[in-house]
Write a protein that binds this ligand. Structure first.
Ligand code: MN
Ligand code: MN
Length: 462
């Protein structure tokens, strides 16, 4: 029997809960690390806020805005702010940029409800906002939960006014209504997907009519009066605004044992925070390290702040040119960790997963060779050689890792920024944190996995 056991130990691939493998001090470090993570989740609920927070943290660590034409020496720390919605940070390496850079790429946009360009209306003496959802959501999850309003009004005089209402204790929140069960007989016959429709995601924003016994839309009028007093805006200024309704609750510990974190927007701030904090701790790396926190991943990485744009390509080019090097050569020699989440197996819904290739909470950072849908449509399938290289790196640094696919083959699928970075000729693989209830207003992750993700990001860039 012991021969069989020994042979199994030697030949079988073992999967173990990471909390059983590591020393207690590692778990303690994970707990400490995640206090900062929770604060980041609360401070950065939108891509704009995440960039602001990243700039603040980076500048306190000596990073400066990149200036075109300026030569940065080895060890220099710089950042590129793209329209306040995407940020790339770099630490110049010992080797030439042409020899390749090590890139970690996460995204800082999350599913949410954007206000429509002309959102405010009054119906039945109530004032409401029309919304247009952003990213893949289960619409019914966004009703009857407290919401906060974040974003900006860009005025035609050039001024940009920031908005954040509903985060502080004493601030009002907003809410989307749902039908009482007593009258939901017809609604209950709808499919889950249609349970709440896009045009039913209307946010309640007030009920007090402007005091007058003549005229109509007095509740709407009063809301505009309040907004005009606070922000100096009129109804027409909504047309040039980016306003997002996000859950109003704060990140918190989950479970009697406090081993988990619940919060909004963990896809993908649960990888963005590790990538960010890792590059802030990188000193004098061999290869130039780049961490990019991108916008628009949830709607296909499109637009000039998404990673399908040439923003990252231009940055690597700028860095190469600064040393009189060639941008194409630099890209060809570069490597990337696409830092994005995978779906953790939820015991209640385990039938969507194939257990041998699913990721589990607390089993460490997930390496995902490919994402895509059905026959691997729309994915960057990392080469066997690159997978081996990354697994070796993780092994060498005692980082607990697992591999995962996104559910059963025929059930659905998804994508990340990996394919767009691969298009530039860069070696890339997905590596991130397993998440429960991905894309819900309140997602859950494990502290242990978050910390392992940080350690992987650091080892890759250091
Ligand atoms: Mn993601
Ligand atoms: Mn996502």
């Amino acid at each position: 029997m012991s021969d069989i056991k020994a042979l199994k130990n030697k030949l079988f691939l073992e999967r173990k809960n990471g909390r059983l493998i590591v020393k207690d001090e590692v778990l303690q470090k994970a707990d400490e690390y995640c206090e900062g993570y929770k604060a980041f989740l609360d401070a950065a609920k939108t891509e704009r806020e995440a960039v602001k927070e990243a700039v603040k943290m980076a500048e306190s660590k000596g990073f400066v805005p990149f200036e075109m034409g300026k030569k940065y020496e080895k060890g220099a720390k710089i950042y590129f702010n793209n329209r306040g919605k995407t940020i790339a940070l770099a630490v110049i390496g010992e080797e030439k940029v042409e020899n390749g850079v090590n890139i970690t790429a996460a995204h800082i946009d999350s599913p949410r409800l954007d206000l429509k360009p002309n959102p405010l209306y009054e119906d039945s003496d109530l004032a409401l906002f029309k919304t247009h959802y952003y990213g893949g959501i289960k619409k019914y999850q966004w009703t009857v939960t407290p919401l906060a309003l974040h974003g900006v009004f860009a005025l035609r005089n050039g001024e940009v006014i920031e908005v954040s209402i509903g985060e502080k204790e004493d601030e009002p929140k907003f809410v989307i209504g749902d039908l009482l069960p007593h009258l939901a007989a017809e609604q209950s016959k709808r499919t889950l997907n249609e349970g709440i429709k896009g045009e039913e995601l209307n946010v309640l924003v007030g009920s007090h009519p402007f005091k007058s016994d003549e005229g109509s839309e007095l509740v709407k009028l009063n809301i505009l009066k309040l907004l005009n007093e606070k922000y100096g805006i009129t109804e027409g200024d909504f047309l040039s605004a980016e306003l997002e309704m996000v859950p109003a609750f704060k990140a918190c510990d989950i479970g009697f044992d406090r081993s988990l974190i619940g919060g909004y927007g963990q896809d993908d701030r649960v990888c963005a925070y590790p990538a960010l904090t890792a590059i802030l701790n990188v000193e004098n790396p061999e290869k130039t390290a780049v961490a990019i926190l991108a916008d628009k991943e949830e709607i296909g990485s499109s637009g000039n702040t998404g990673l399908e744009s040439d923003f990252l390509r231009f940055i690597i080019g700028d860095l190469a040119k600064m040393q009189d090097g060639d941008a194409t050569v630099a890209l060809r020699n570069s490597k990337c960790l696409s830092a994005d989440v995978n779906a953790a197996l939820d015991p209640t819904f385990s039938d969507v997963m194939e257990r041998k290739n699913a990721s589990f909470v607390n089993y460490g950072v997930v390496v995902t060779k490919y994402t895509g849908a059905r026959g691997k449509a729309a994915t960057s399938d990392a080469s066997a050689e690159y997978v081996a290289e990354i697994l070796a790196l993780l092994d060498k640094a005692d980082i607990v890792w697992q591999t995962g696919e996104l559910g059963k083959v025929d059930l659905g699928g998804g994508g990340t920024v990996a394919q767009y970075i691969a298009n530039m000729g860069v070696d890339v693989i997905d590596l991130g944190v397993p998440v429960l209830s991905m894309h819900a207003p309140f997602e859950t992750t494990a502290k242990f996995d978050v910390y392992m993700c940080y350690r992987a990001m650091y080892e890759f860039m250091k």
